[in-house]
Design a binder for this molecule. Structure first.
Ligand SMILES: Cc1ncc(COP(=O)(O)O)c(C=O)c1O
Length: 445
């Protein structure tokens, strides 16, 4: 009997009882290798003594003080740490801390709106985002999201947003294009859409620098995001980078867009920011975004009860300390290269693994029914879900996704193990996943 409104109302999931590094332990003592950190959350693994101690210290010192009366030391220190490490343009920026990724996206959308109004362009009410992206489950975030299954039920409630194509070379680059030409074509869709809507109506463009849950760790081709930046600048449109899943070291740099050398206007963070030790999200506003507010109302037209929560901010600070002190970004790059190399070796001749991709410890496999044509398995087969179940039966937790090929059909599985993953655990992930894939495909074909 359960009184929890679980995701599955018919069958409750097993009870997680403890965590230990890269492993989760259920109430029967069964150990599961956490190969996806939940949904790319647990970047330090489970039971990190330093983070736990920082949380206990902060809870004892000051557990809460409402932000309309007080600021607090962990929030100030965390904001400073983030802006000092952010891409250029954020050095004198500001950061809002909220309860998770979706809230961070809501703050980003509202901040973009407030910014354009305060700079004297209230006609800018329209947002453009990309198909096959996910930005969260609250209504604003769901509206900009392009995940068809998650949007469908709520579509009549969502604000109008238009979507352009993602930059997804495996499926959408034409044979007559090199990567540069493809990147230009994909970015130019944004230019065309802004012109179609009318630049004076567009507030912001929203994109995940490396697309996570919907496409499975798809990084853009070189040059795509620089062109996006140019297009946004040309039309006075803000660029919101949703780094909720791909940020905070997951791809080998603290901010995912560092890899592309591109400066967004607003960055959202979540997941790896608290690494599972605290529910926390953040919206980072660049100097350029904050400037008209400073000259104008001087106030953020938005607020939440749990903003700048001291314990959550202390946890996130301890996570960043650990990433820096233990040089974990180097480890993300090395272990990520190792994981992809082992997966490629194992699956290079596999008839149903079409692509192995990703950056850092943000890695995915895309499944196809036929390799040459890249034809996906039909959705009705629920292959991604079967891989997840077969993996769990083998003591491996991985994160499945579907709609990979066209928004509806297609399957992938996402791996995002903790940054502390050992070489033996990387090998174990590959072995268990290979067995799970074969079992699921045998059942599906
Ligand atoms: C890219 C991206 N943005 C936003 C969110 C929403 O974050 P949350 O689930 O913490 O609300 C997610 C969650 O998966 C995400 O992957």
């Amino acid at each position: 009997m359960t009184f929890v409104l679980h995701r599955n109302l018919v069958q409750a999931p097993p009870m997680a009882a403890a965590g230990d590094g890269c492993w989760l332990v259920d109430q029967d003592g069964r150990r599961v290798l956490d190969a996806s950190g939940g949904a790319a959350v647990s970047s330090l693994g489970h039971g990190h003594a330093g983070v736990v101690a920082a949380i206990a210290r902060q809870a004892a010192q000051l557990e809460y003080a409402h932000t309309s009366f007080f600021t607090n030391a962990p929030a100030e220190a965390l904001a400073e740490r983030l802006v000092r490490n952010a891409p250029p343009g954020f050095g004198a920026g500001r950061v809002a801390f909220v309860g998770g990724g979706s809230e961070a996206m809501e703050v980003a959308l509202k901040l973009a709106r407030q910014h354009v109004v305060e700079r004297g362009e209230p006609s800018r009410t329209h947002f453009i985002a990309r198909r096959m992206s996910y930005h969260g489950n609250t209504l604003g975030a769901l509206a900009v999201g392009g995940h068809l299954q998650r949007r469908a039920l709520y579509a009549p409630l969502l604000m109008p947003v238009t979507h352009v194509a993602p930059c997804y070379a495996y499926r959408f680059r034409r044979d007559d294009e090199d990567e540069a030409a493809y990147g230009r074509r994909a970015a130019d869709e944004l230019d065309a859409e802004i012109r179609r809507v009318g630049p004076e109506r567009v507030a912001a463009f929203v994109a995940e620098p490396v697309v996570g849950a919907t496409l499975g760790c798809v990084a853009a081709v070189a040059g795509y995001f620089s062109r996006v930046r140019e297009i946004c600048d040309r039309h006075g449109v803000l660029f919101i980078a949703d780094e909720v899943m791909c940020g905070m070291g997951r791809t080998g740099t603290l901010f995912a867009l560092e890899h592309d050398g591109v400066r967004p206007d607003i960055i959202t963070l979540g997941k790896g920011l608290g690494a599972g030790y605290a529910p926390i999200g953040a919206t980072m506003a660049s100097e350029r975004v904050v400037a008209p507010l400073l000259r104008g109302t001087g106030a953020l037209a938005n607020g939440h009860t749990y903003m700048s929560h001291p314990v959550a901010c202390a946890a996130a600070l301890a996570v960043l300390d650990c990433i820096e002190h233990d040089r974990l970004l180097d480890r993300v790059v090395a272990r990520g290269d190792m994981l992809r190399a082992m997966l490629r070796e194992r699956f290079s001749a596999h008839p149903h693994v079409g692509d192995v991709r990703g950056r850092g410890l943000f890695v995915a496999l895309e499944f196809v029914e036929e390799r040459a044509s890249k034809r996906p398995f039909a959705r009705a087969r629920k292959l991604a879900e079967s891989v997840r179940a077969a993996a769990m039966a083998r003591g491996l937790a991985c994160y499945p996704g579907s709609g990979t090929a066209d928004g509806e059909n297609g399957d992938h599985v996402l791996l995002a193990p903790p940054f502390i993953v050992g070489e033996d655990e990387v090998a174990m992930i590959v072995d268990r996943l290979a067995a799970a894939i074969d079992a699921a495909i045998d059942a599906a074909v």
